[in-house]
Write a new protein. Structure first.
Length: 129
């Protein structure tokens, strides 16, 4: 995910629609969120824990995404994206395991945490085995 994706996800999770409202909730200037929405900047690392908490993601995954977005060197960007994907897969496995062991949580909920790049057969196997 990139800054624009995170902004959209945060707005949806917080049930807000404007950059101004998002800025107030994050404690940043409205101009900052406007720059982010125009693709002219990236979210500061200090907000990664807040984003992770709101979106129920691993903070390290959010940080890896932000670093990948900022990285100018293609090889290093690929490293950051690999790290991000590994954290996403780990979160998917943990969520699937938790859903299987907790009878109150339906198994389908675990699929919400799985990254899109995991094919459906792997996802189904993780959620049903």
């Amino acid at each position: 995910m990139n800054t624009i994706d995170y902004m959209a996800a945060l707005k949806a999770a917080m049930n807000i629609s404007s950059d101004y409202a998002l800025a107030k909730r994050l404690g940043v200037a409205q101009q900052t969120t406007s720059r982010w929405s125009q693709g002219k900047g990236t979210i500061d690392d200090s907000l990664a824990p807040v984003i992770a908490d709101v979106l129920k993601l691993n903070t390290a995954k959010v940080l890896a995404d932000l670093h990948a977005e900022r990285e100018k060197n293609d090889a290093l960007r690929a490293v950051w994206l690999t790290i991000s994907a590994q954290f996403a897969k780990a979160a998917c496995i943990i969520a699937a395991s938790a859903a299987l062991n907790i009878t109150l949580a339906p198994r389908a909920e675990a699929s919400n945490f799985c990254p899109d790049n995991i094919n459906s057969r792997t996802r189904k196997r993780m959620l049903t085995s």
